[in-house]
Ligand binder design. Structure first.
Ligand SMILES: Nc1ncnc2c1ncn2[C@@H]1O[C@H](COP(=O)(O)OP(=O)(O)OP(=O)(O)O)[C@@H](O)[C@H]1O
Ligand SMILES: [Mg+2]
Length: 466
């Protein structure tokens, strides 16, 4: 039982873990891609801002107003006073290798106080752009040298764009996205747990019912609710139980009947042996009787074995069988059984692929029945014919025939005619004939429905013809 319970729980966990893995992968991808896109956008907007400020400075430097300044100090001072940097940028200037004036505002980091950076930019005589790392993140910088007339370059304007300040809103958005994603994941896990629980509940119910249905109680069925897949499963399961029940009942009946049939000769043998006296004549009579009963038992066991094997794939050993030879052989074998008028009705000049020994066995069962239901001098005929593509093999007799009421029943296992004495047989003969016929893909039928005379026909399908 524990083995059955485990798969249901693990199925639930498996579904949830699969779903969550897929969802998590999707969310991580979305957050990562968003992050990357926003980072790239921050870089390019730092670039744009820098280009914009540089262009502004260049056009200022070329303007007539700027032409009035005779020193870089004056020009830089004037421009820095005029231009207000926004939150994500700052300007400062250097003159003669030292920091000179600084623009308005309070930048997140003071690069004009960084001697290494100042030294690097103060020597620049051609415009230079680049990236540098600071404690406030990456910074996009531009250095624009200031040349007054034909004087050598003494001053530089430094424009700094704080890329991380520009990226801040988008970083926050990406972070919020990640948080929302994590919450969604947690909610999805909860929802998935509830949904799988509800979906798997009927299966669990199905399982527990199935557990309660043992081999002894095959009459129980699973309650079918609704029309969904689970209901269909329950229905299929019930149909399987129907089939199992039928098979079990048939098997039990068969075992009961077999036991009953075997018990009778055993009782008879025991009775005779218990009552056997010392008189030699009495002993001889008892011996004959006991041997007779044992022979009956032997035959019964043989018949039961044939029936038990008839479902197995190796029941038949097919080979080429000549129909004429088969019929003639059966009559030859039958002739010594009783004093009857034995006839070969007609026979087809055909060769079939079938199990000759099993067909002989079937025909001999029919012959034995015919002998049993006829008297000395009655006629018993065996024949074969190919008719409408099918092969017919028959045994016909001139006895009393089969009563209409018995016509169907006699083919069942252990079914005998009402007026048949016990000693005559167990009622397995026609079942064996039917098993052999069906193993060949055919069947057996009672061709003469209303007496007098009985005619049993084996019908084999077209496929057996060579
Ligand atoms: N040729 C026949 N004429 C009249 N009745 C027959 C004939 N063949 C079979 N039957 C009827 O069919 C019944 C079933 O036949 P089946 O061969 O299955 O059993 P059985 O002959 O009684 O016993 P078993 O074959 O096991 O010795 C017989 O009991 C008999 O009543
Ligand atoms: Mg029989």
């Amino acid at each position: 039982m524990a083995r059955l319970r485990r798969p249901v729980i693990s199925a639930r966990l498996r579904i949830i873990s699969w779903m969550l893995s897929v969802l998590a992968l999707a969310l991580v991808t979305v957050v990562f891609v968003t992050w990357q896109v926003l980072a790239a956008r921050a870089d390019s907007s730092a670039d744009d801002e820098l280009s914009h400020e540089a262009a502004k400075f260049r056009s200022y430097a070329a303007s007539p107003a700027a032409a009035a300044f005779t020193t870089p100090e004056r020009l830089l001072e004037h421009w820095l006073q005029l231009n207000l940097p926004n939150d994500s940028e700052t300007f400062f200037s250097t003159v003669d290798g030292r920091p000179f004036r600084r623009g308005h505002g309070k930048p997140p980091v003071r690069l004009d106080l960084d001697p290494a950076f100042v030294q690097r930019v103060a020597g620049v005589t051609e415009p230079e752009y680049g990236w540098t790392s600071t404690s406030a993140g990456r910074v996009r910088y531009g250095v624009l040298p200031v040349r007054i007339g034909s004087q050598p370059v003494r001053g530089q304007l430094v424009i700094l764009e704080f890329r991380d300040v520009l990226a801040k809103p988008s970083q926050e958005a990406a972070r919020a996205l990640a948080v929302v994603g994590a919450v969604t994941l947690a909610l999805a896990a909860g929802a998935c747990w509830l949904v799988t629980g509800r979906v798997l509940a009927p299966i669990r119910q199905l399982r527990s019912t199935a557990e309660q249905i043992g081999g002894s109680d095959l009459r129980r069925r699973i309650e079918v609710v609704g029309t969904d897949d689970v209901a269909q499963l329950a229905r299929t399961f019930n149909t399987m139980l129907d089939r199992l029940e039928v098979a079990f009942v048939a098997q039990r009946e068969f075992a009961d009947n077999a036991g009953h049939e075997l018990r009778t000769p055993i009782t008879v043998i025991r009775g005779h042996l218990e009552l056997m006296g010392d008189d030699p004549a009495d002993r001889a009579e008892t011996k004959t009787l006991v041997l007779d009963e044992l022979a009956r038992m032997n035959r019964l066991v043989d018949d039961l074995l044939v029936l038990a094997r008839s479902d197995r794939p190796d029941f038949l050993a097919p080979s080429e069988v000549n129909l004429t030879e088969l019929v003639v052989e059966v009559v030859a074998k039958a002739r010594p059984l009783a004093d009857r008028v034995w006839r070969v009705d007609e026979t087809a000049d055909a060769v079939i692929v079938a199990d000759g020994q099993r067909l002989t066995q079937a025909l001999m069962q029919l012959v034995a029945n015919a002998v049993r239901h006829t008297e000395d001098g009655d006629r018993i005929a065996v024949g074969s014919r190919v008719e409408a593509g099918r092969v017919l093999l028959w045994v016909a007799d001139s006895g009393a025939g089969v009563k209409a009421a018995d016509a169907e029943r006699i083919f069942e296992r252990f079914a005998r005619g009402d007026d048949q004495p016990r000693t005559d047989g167990a009622g397995l003969g026609l079942s064996i004939v039917r098993s052999i016929a069906r193993a060949h893909g055919g069947d057996v039928r009672l061709a003469s429905q209303h007496g007098p005379g009985a005619r049993f026909e084996l019908i084999l399908p077209e496929g057996v013809l060579r």
